[in-house]
Design a protein around this ligand. Structure first.
Ligand code: NAI
Ligand code: MG
Length: 792
């Protein structure tokens, strides 16, 4: 007989499968196929597709392929329920969410087993991580439901939310979507992934048991076509999507110009950085959780191991030893570490990418000797000597494959970490707190885990930088996605931007030099006045059509130069908020000193009365003061998450922002948009009012005399929508505000799909005298959550 000490050494113990009888009985009851869940009841099964257990390949159920008519019915049901749901008191909604949390908890075992059978993930993970977090999300948001009125004043529900989720954490992603939506007073139509619809359907049945009002939650199953129909539906007010970057891009384009609110959580290629002074044994356990958790099918998987050269071989040796002890196999076995890949298509994708890597002659180490002989399995794999340009270092593999690259200095580590289109998460391993926090601050990712990995909690926001998407899920920052300003419907921006290239005053540059020299405003790029690349200027006219001056006719090249200058000025974001505040005060002071001149200019351009023009200048000075005051007060938060973690939610600047100003209130709108952006540490490329640009061009000298560093504010005049197009397409622009006409707003949203930059695009007029506050600062920042552990 084996001795216990031997068993502990070899970890060679027998099978211990979790019982699944209760789930099998439930599946048997639904043998005829599942319908959708619409208006509080299940529909008759329709056109059915098969649902498989990827660990065995057996068909376990059939679900209905949702048609456009099904989506229609579900949206109508959500619409009908929404007003009543929103009119309930927060306390009533809270009780409903609490009931859902309790029902999830009561059925933890059933849901864990069902999730494991449908998805292939180890029961240990669905039981200990997925389902408890689902309950946690509903509890947390039950709290928000009763706090929403006091904590989110001046806001209201968005309305009907279309929610599309992936297959890697089926019920958890459902909870991340449904709980905040319901807490915020919205109703939902949710489409689970076609590989894993079953826990969503079980949840639907629980909504009935928990007596959730009919129509508040609707669930329509089906594939991408069903998802696309939901995205396209005119009755949906918001889309929330989690899935591939490719589909995220398609959804960004499909919703452009529709007025639908959008949040997308997409792919990643997250760095797992091990410094020389890291505790290597902890780092190895971290790597197990980072890349072999859920077979690596995790959007924030630590899939790129970046390790200090000096400890690389030691770490690899430990990793290989640990990999040899990972148990791959039956997901229902309680001692399985690595389960099945969700579907054959995903397994093929992993194999194809690995095949490309093999052609590069990289070094592979696989723990493949114990793979089950059937089902969809891939062995834990370590690839070393990977160059940053390798396909394995760039592409999201979404499998249990860790690719390793070495670095020599902390600077190189950060550079490698940021050498990706994505920015979802990062994990940093070092025993040196200041090194850890420095890396956390410099890595561009929405979540950074210090000496830990894959930590989640409902109280913390989760979501990406760059092509990993925009918007957050969880915590206060996640809830803002499900609320909008409660205000009367705004008028469209009135003045249509004139087609400047056709304007009568188009003057070749040569003539400008001679006749109009002192009346011709140039562009302002990198702290210097610059002649437009086109060589042309355009006439700025007053309401009577009289020419009051000339402005440069900027083009794509000018915008590109301005973006480059803004990127070079990025140290502005690292300046202390106190420094930035001082500069903004100085701007206000210098503008105030020249108030008369600015007022005269406004009157001349717009025909405003002297009094109105003076009031606009006065309001602009106040606004600059306001954001100077706020520069060091838009605090982040410490979220109450797991024990022994300080979770710091930091408001970080986007980096380079494009700001396209409307024709209204040419000075005040410009100041109202540029000041909050730079107060938060962004560098800006501003396109001032096309029809009345001279207040902005006069502003150069205010910037020059106020210690605003070169490149922090760049100004390109010209046709707003043409310049906005270049900004939207530019991958060096991280966020774009566009306040102009509806067509321009649609263009900005569609073209921003390239690098998935965050946009605020609107064709509606703002009430400029009142347009100030936290909302502008929130839009000028993104939240990074840094998880910092303490204790031994
Ligand atoms: P996917 O993005 O196609 O699927 C995610 C969800 O979107 C599913 O519910 C799907 O039915 C739906 N969908 C697909 N096309 C749609 C469309 N045009 N409009 C609306 N909804 C649509 O992801 P897929 O094909 O399952 O996986 C491919 C790769 O995507 C993975 O290998 C992985 O790299 C990445 N991925 C990333 C996830 C993440 O959490 N970030 C989750 C799932 C996949
Ligand atoms: Mg399945």
């Amino acid at each position: 007989m084996a001795l216990i000490k031997d068993i502990l050494r070899t970890m060679d113990y027998g099978p211990s499968p979790e019982g699944s009888e209760h789930v099998r009985v439930w599946l048997k009851e639904h043998e005829g196929g599942f319908g959708h869940f619409i208006n509080g009841a299940f529909t008759k099964p329709g056109d059915l597709f098969d649902v498989f257990n990827p660990a065995t390949g057996e068909r376990i159920a059939r679900a209905t392929q949702g048609s456009p008519a099904d989506i229609d019915a579900a949206v109508a049901s959500a619409r009908k329920a929404q007003a009543k749901w929103a009119a309930l008191s927060g306390f009533e909604r809270s009780k409903n969410l609490y009931a859902l949390a309790r029902h999830v908890q009561k059925r933890e075992r059933f849901l864990s087993v069902l999730e494991t059978i449908d998805n292939g993930k180890p029961i240990r993970e669905s039981r200990d991580i997925d389902i408890p977090l689902v309950a946690r999300h509903f509890y947390h948001h039950a709290g928000w439901a009763s706090l929403i009125d006091s904590e989110f004043p001046g806001t209201k529900p968005v309305g009907v939310c279309g929610q599309i989720i992936p297959w890697n954490f089926p019920l958890l992603m459902l909870a991340w979507k449904i709980a905040p939506a319901l807490a915020g007073g919205n109703t939902v139509v949710l489409k689970p992934a076609e590989y894993t619809p079953l826990t969503a359907l079980a949840f639907a049945a629980m909504c009935v048991e928990a007596r959730l009002p009919a129509g508040v939650v609707n669930i329509v199953t089906g594939d991408g076509a069903t998802g696309a129909a939901l995205v396209a539906h005119g009755g949906v007010d918001k889309i929330a999507f989690t899935g591939s970057t490719e589909v995220g891009r398609a959804i960004r384009k499909a919703t452009a110009g529709t007025g639908k609110k959008l949040s997308v959580e997409l792919g990643g290629k997250s760095p797992f950085v091990v410094f020389e002074d890291a505790d290597l044994d902890s780092a190895v356990e971290g790597a197990v959780d980072a890349i072999w958790f859920n077979q690596g099918q995790v959007c924030c998987a630590g899939s790129r191991l970046l390790v200090a050269e000096g400890v690389a071989e030691a770490l690899y040796a430990k990793l290989r030893a640990r990999m040899a002890n990972l148990r791959v196999g039956d997901p229902l076995d309680k001692s399985t570490d690595v389960g099945a890949i969700v579907a054959p298509a995903q397994l093929e994708r992993i194999q194809r990418l690995i095949g490309e890597g093999e052609k590069e002659g990289l070094e592979f180490w696989r723990a493949d000797d114990l793979l089950p002989d059937r089902g969809c399995f891939y062995p834990p794999t370590l690839v070393t000597g990977v160059e940053p340009a390798s396909v394995l270092a760039r592409e999201e593999i979404f499998g249990p494959v860790l690719v390793a690259t070495t670095f020599r200095t902390p600077d190189e580590a950060v550079a490698l970490a940021n050498n990706t289109r994505y920015g979802l998460a990062a994990s940093v391993w070092t025993e040196n707190i200041s090194r850890a926090l420095e890396a956390a601050a410099r890595i561009k990712a929405g979540v950074v885990w210090i000496n830990s990995t894959n930590m989640f909690d409902a109280a913390s926001g989760f979501g990406g930088y760059r092509e990993s998407g925009f918007g957050r899920e969880g915590g206060r920052e996640g809830l803002t996605e499900y609320r909008i300003a409660d205000e009367p419907k705004r008028k469209p921006n009135s003045a249509k931007p004139a087609p400047l290239s056709a304007s009568p005053g188009l003057v070749p540059a040569g003539e400008i030099e001679h006749g109009y020299l002192d009346r011709t405003a140039k562009l302002y790029i990198g702290g210097k006045q610059a002649r437009p690349d086109s060589g042309y200027s355009y006439a700025v006219v007053d309401p009577a059509g009289r020419e009051v001056g000339l402005a440069g006719l900027g083009n794509r090249k000018d915008v590109r130069n301005a973006v480059e200058a803004a990127a070079k000025a990025s140290s502005w974001g690292a300046a202390t908020a106190h420094n930035r505040a001082q500069v903004l005060y100085y701007v206000a002071e210098n503008l105030s000193a020249r108030a008369d001149e600015f007022a005269r200019r406004l009157s001349a351009m717009t025909g405003a009365s002297a009094r109105a023009a003076e009031a606009e200048v006065e309001a602009s000075v106040r606004r600059a003061f306001f954001y100077a005051g706020f520069a060091d007060k838009f605090d982040g938060a410490v979220h109450a998450t797991r024990s022994r973690f300080v979770t710091l939610a930091m408001n970080e600047p986007w980096g380079v922002m494009g700001v396209v100003c409307p024709n209204e209130a040419p000075l005040l709108a410009f100041v109202s948009l540029v000041m909050p952006a730079i107060a938060m540490g962004n560098c800006v490329v501003a396109i001032p009012s096309a029809n009345h640009p001279l207040s902005a061009t006069d502003f150069y000298s205010v910037l020059d005399t106020s210690d605003v560093p070169a490149g922090v504010v760049n100004i390109v005049t010209g046709e707003a929508n043409a310049l906005a197009k270049t900004l939207a397409e530019h991958d060096g622009v991280d966020a774009l505000w566009y306040l102009g006409d509806a067509a321009g707003a649609a263009q900005v949203e569609a073209l921003s799909a390239g690098n998935l930059k965050a946009t605020w695009a609107s064709g509606s007029a703002l009430d400029w005298p009142k347009a100030e506050g936290r909302e502008f600062l929130r839009r000028a920042t993104q939240v990074k959550n840094i998880w910092t552990p303490y204790g031994e």
